[in-house]
Design a protein around this ligand. Structure first.
Ligand SMILES: [Fe+2]
Length: 307
C-alpha cells in the first residue's frame, strides 16, 4: 500500500538535536520565515548539550513528528549506554559522560515519550515515496558516510524498503546523492553541533517540491518527453550551502537545500559550562570543530576536520 500523500510543497528535516534547544528555537523561527509547511525531526534529542528536557518539551508542544534515534531509544528504555556505535575508548568515554548527564536530567515523562517514538515515518510527496529514519531503514544506529556508502547499497535500500527518498541523520554530517533519477539519499545534518568545518552554524535540510504539473496531463506528457523543456534553476534560499536535484523529466521538481542555521552559540556554551559539561564539548560549539567522537569517521571525513 502506498504511503499517505502529504499536501505540501516545502518541507524540512532536522536531526541530531543533542539538547541544543537554542538551535531548535532558531530553526522554528527560520522555518516560519521560509514558509516551511511541515517539519520533521529525525531523532537524537539528547547528547553533548545542556538541559535535555527543553528540546523534548519544545518538540512535544509543537507536535512536530519525531523519529526515534539511538539516544532516544536508550534514554527512553533506561539502557546502560547511548548505542552511538563508537568503537574507540576515548569516544566511548565522552559518550558515557554525555549519556549519564542526559539520562540523569531527563524527566520520567519525557523518557516515556522518547520510548514510544516510531522508528520510521513514511509519506508521499507528489510522486515520491519518502522514508524517514535515524541511521538507515535497516538499523537505527547504522553509519552511512558520504565517502564509504556505495550507490549499489543505496539502491538496494530503495528497493528493499520500497521507497524513493531516504532521509537520515545519525552521522551528523549532511550529504545528498541521487543514485538514479528520482532516487535520493539525504543525510539532513544535525542542529546540535556544527558539521566539523570550522563554522559555528548548524545544518538542516529543506525540500521544495513543485508537482503542480502533476495535475495537468498535457504538461506531464511534455515534461516527460520534451528534452528542451528545461526548468530554470532557482536561486538557493538565503543561508543555504547547496542546491541540487532537479527533475526535468519527471512530473515533479525537487530542490534540496542544506541550510546553515545561526543561533546563540555563546549562550549555549555558557549554559554547558554551568551544567559542568566537558570543555571538549564546549570547544566544538565555540569553534565549529569536533573534538570528540572523531575516531569513528572514515579517513576522508576525518581529514576535513583539524583533530
Ligand atoms: Fe544517532
Amino acid at each position: 500500500m502506498l504511503p499517505k500523500p502529504l499536501n505540501a510543497h516545502r518541507i524540512a528535516f532536522f536531526g541530531g538535536v543533542y539538547s541544543n534547544y537554542l538551535a531548535l528555537e532558531a530553526l522554528l523561527e527560520d522555518a516560519r520565515e521560509r514558509g516551511i509547511e511541515r517539519l520533521y525531526c529525525l531523532g537524537d534529542l539528547g547528547a553533548f548539550g545542556p538541559l535535555p528536557d527543553r528540546a523534548c518539551d519544545i518538540l512535544r508542544e509543537t507536535g512536530i513528528p519525531v523519529v526515534q534515534g539511538n539516544y532516544d531509544n536508550s534514554v527512553g528504555n533506561g539502557l546502560a549506554d547511548c548505542q552511538c556505535g563508537y568503537t574507540d575508548p576515548r569516544d566511548n568515554y565522552f559518550a558515557k559522560v554525555s549519556y549519564d548527564y542526559t539520562f540523569r536530567r531527563t524527566s520520567s515523562e519525557n523518557k516515556t515519550w522518547l520510548r514510544n517514538l516510531p522508528a520510521e515515518l513514511r509519506f508521499r510527496l507528489g510522486p515520491f515515496r519518502i522514508l524517514l529514519c535515524h541511521g538507515s531503514p535497516r538499523k537505527m544506529n547504522e553509519f552511512l558516510w558520504e565517502t564509504t556508502t556505495s550507490d549499489a547499497f543505496l539502491n538496494w535500500l530503495f528497493k528493499r524498503y520500497h521507497t524513493d527518498i531516504i532521509v537520515g541523520t545519525h552521522t551528523g554530517l549532511h550529504w545528498h546523492r541521487e543514485t538514479s533519477p528520482g532516487k535520493h539519499f539525504i543525510n539532513c545534518g544535525a542542529i546540535g553541533r556544527p558539521p566539523n568545518d570550522g563554522q559555528r552554524t548548524v545544518v538542516y535540510t529543506v525540500i521544495n517540491a513543485d508537482y503542480a504539473i502533476n495535475s495537468d496531463p498535457v504538461a506531464q506528457q511534455s515534461a516527460r518527453t520534451d528534452p528542451h523543456r528545461r526548468i530554470a534553476r532557482r536561486a538557493p534560499p538565503k543561508g543555504s550551502t547547496k542546491t541540487s536535484a532537479y527533475h526535468d523529466n519527471l512530473p515533479c521538481r525537487l530542490q534540496i537545500d542544506f541550510v546553515r542555521l545561526t543561533y546563540d552559540h555563546d549562550r549555549l556554551a555558557t549554559e554547558m559550562a554551568s551544567e559542568g559539561l566537558p570543555d571538549e564539548f564546549i570547544e566544538t560549539i565555540r569553534t565549529g570543530w569536533w573534538t570528540t567522537c572523531n575516531e569513528i569517521l572514515p579517513a576522508k571525513e576525518r581529514r576535513r576536520g583539524i583533530y
